[in-house]
Design a protein around this ligand. Structure first.
Ligand code: GTP
Length: 597
């Protein structure tokens, strides 16, 4: 296809505004599959994704659309991940397109993620077509939401497309808008190859599959290619595109999006954002915007049954095959034994991996409270990165400690604004901006990542009865007065319960945790002391009295979140307990450690 007949686009939307439903409709109308093969939400291919209703892996589909002008266009629909943890993947997916459909639920309006996505699209110079979805709903207020989009985003909505992805109303208008309003891609077929590596995944039958956008030059089957960032070279075994079925072709031309296969062993060798070039006639420089993916949240994963350690190692290496942004290394904990310290892009990413390990690999795990990555300068000048609170050096050995901060955008109906501001203040937030659009407030805060890593999102949702939406980006590292709080059970420090907190909050959090642990640890035949200490000084103490014969030991579980309860229900099998000295500590205690307020 010549460039003039190609349109590359992404669909951007807040969660649940109808992105997948619209994609399905477009595929149904223009894709290369039969009606009967059409499963709901084709793009969400993994089970977990489907259950969670979110899209984790970016995929792309080539559509053929015969427009009203009589010409047939090649439309490449780029699917983007729907969560903040995958912001960099989103930015690369957008970099592969010239325009976006901005889908906004006409009964809900603009949300935090709508904004985050729009800003990224604007950064990538996208032509943005506003699409108001769910106009079939009685609660839809398309005119009001159009005004809101103009006010909040500053986007002209005079020719916004009104649709119902559910009933199929307006889908034709979406396709026409793509053809008439989006620019066609540009590219020079004679220039040396430059293809953007948008995504990659591991398929157990086909090996690693790489999704690319060819910018310049031609990507051919049989060609020798080189990744400009990693330096690795490969022979291309095949190229093609998805309809969403895989279709093999001889070459991908400039402006096209498609896949390549090259007998690559692990996705870890395919860094998102890398530039693929020709080995013999390389481009002189890579495409702009490459960023290595660095994990920002760490936690320990330990098998409930020590005998499962090797299985866990095996499973982690299999997962890593398909997910280069996830890291792990062996760790030993006095409290939990042999396990792994694992790094993730964010909390959702952590939950996904943990869930896959439990479901797909059938492992019973104990997960320690997540922690951020601290940067420490030792008094001897050495710089270290701290992934585990238990490893924090003594205060006298540290010249300074820095923690990561984020920039968070929260959108909320103004009636809930007060408690939200209070929550941000409690979490050491610094307000940057507060604006209104109708009766919705938009607040921008700088917050330490440490303060949101555990339960901020849950708290936000509960205070706002689910109406607040939240999005964040990593901002910068900043020096801070941080101390390690050690938790002792029967006078012994439990390394897996240690945490880092700001000096001003360390004592009260230590106290809270002791109180909470008192409810979480089942009473035993003897009295147990639960203490919190900061640098050798005991700051809190609770004592758990000995069990009398007539009391059932069924007293833990008071503070377990709903989610955990479900998880526990799922597997009645092994008890998630750890023998610690003479004391049994349940899994929930390790998670409760950082839960605040
Ligand atoms: P994530 O995958 O979670 O990002 O969500 P999404 O934006 O892809 O939304 P999805 O397509 O899964 O739709 C969310 C819900 O809205 C589903 O229950 C859809 O059936 C429903 N929905 C989507 N479009 C429409 C519509 O036009 N009208 C109505 N009434 N419901 C819709």
């Amino acid at each position: 296809t010549d460039l003039k007949h190609i349109r590359n686009f992404a669909i951007i939307a807040h969660i649940d505004h109808g992105k997948s439903t619209l994609a399905d409709r477009l595929i149904q109308k223009c894709g290369g599959i039969e009606e009967r093969e059409m499963r709901d939400q084709i793009l969400d291919s993994m089970d977990i994704e489907r259950e969670r209703g979110i899209t984790i892996k970016a995929q792309t589909v080539r559509l053929a659309y015969k427009a009203k002008d009589g010409e047939t266009y090649e439309l490449n629909l780029m699917d983007t991940p729907g969560h903040v943890d995958f912001a960099y993947e989103v930015s690369r997916s957008l970099a592969a397109c010239e325009g976006s459909l901005l889908v906004v639920d006409a009964s809900q309006g603009v949300e935090a993620q709508t904004l985050a996505n729009v800003y990224q699209a604007i950064e990538n110079n996208h032509e943005i077509v506003p699409v108001l979805n769910k106009i079939d709903l009685p609660a839809a207020e398309p005119e009001r939401i159009k005004q809101q989009i103009e006010d909040v985003i500053g986007l002209d909505t005079s020719n916004a497309v009104m649709i119902s992805a559910k009933t199929g109303l307006g889908i034709e208008d979406v396709l026409e808008a793509l053809v008439t309003r989006l620019p066609s891609p540009q590219g020079d077929a004679d220039a040396p190859l430059q293809a953007l590596l948008v995504d990659s995944w591991y398929d157990s039958y086909l090996g690693v599959i790489i999704l690319v956008r060819v910018k310049h030059g031609i990507l051919r089957k049989g060609q020798k290619i080189r990744m400009m960032n990693t330096g690795a070279s490969y022979q291309v075994d095949g190229v093609g595109y998805f309809t969403p079925k895989m279709v093999q072709v001889d070459a991908l031309n400039p402006g096209e999006i498609g896949f390549l296969q090259a007998s690559i062993k692990a996705v870890a060798d395919c860094e998102v954002g890398d530039t693929i070039t020709d080995e013999k006639r390389p481009a002189d420089k890579p495409l702009p915007g490459f960023k290595p993916n660095v994990p920002v949240v760490f936690c320990g994963l330990f098998p409930v049954d020590a005998a499962d350690f090797e299985d866990l190692r095996d499973s982690l290496s299999k997962l890593r095959l398909n997910d280069a942004s996830f890291e792990y290394e062996a760790e030993t904990s006095a409290a939990l034994g042999f396990g792994f310290r694992c790094g993730f892009l964010g909390l959702l990413h952590l939950e996904i991996i943990q869930e896959r390990l439990e479901r797909e690999f059938n492992l019973d795990l104990i997960t320690t409270a997540p922690s951020v990555v601290y940067r420490i300068e030792l008094t001897n000048g050495e710089q270290v990165q701290l992934h585990n609170p238990a490893d924090m050096p003594e205060v006298t050995k540290m010249a300074k400690i820095e923690e990561p901060w984020i920039k968070a955008t929260i959108m909320v109906p103004d009636e809930f604004l007060g408690p939200i501001l209070q929550l941000c203040t409690e979490r050491r937030g610094v307000q940057l901006d507060l604006t209104y659009a109708g009766n919705r407030a938009m607040v921008v805060y700088r917050l330490p990542l440490n303060e949101i890593v555990f339960d901020f999102y849950d708290r936000l949702k509960s205070i706002s009865r689910g109406y607040a939406s939240f999005d964040y980006e990593i901002d910068s590292y900043q020096e801070s007065d941080l101390v390690k709080v050690t938790i002792l059970v029967n006078a012994e420090p439990v390394d897996a319960l240690a945490f880092i907190a700001h000096k001003g909050q360390a004592e009260s959090r230590g106290r809270q945790i002791c109180t909470r642990l008192k409810d979480l640890i089942p009473r035993q035949m003897f009295q147990i002391a639960i203490q919190a200490a900061i640098g050798g000084r005991i700051v809190a103490r609770e004592s758990l009295s000995a069990l009398r014969k007539d009391v059932l030991a069924k007293c833990y579980g008071g503070d377990v979140s709903r989610k955990r309860k479900l998880l526990e229900k799922q597997k009645e099998g092994k008890k998630r307990m750890r023998q610690f000295g003479k004391v049994e500590i349940p899994q929930s205690a390790f998670l409760a450690a950082l839960k605040m307020g």
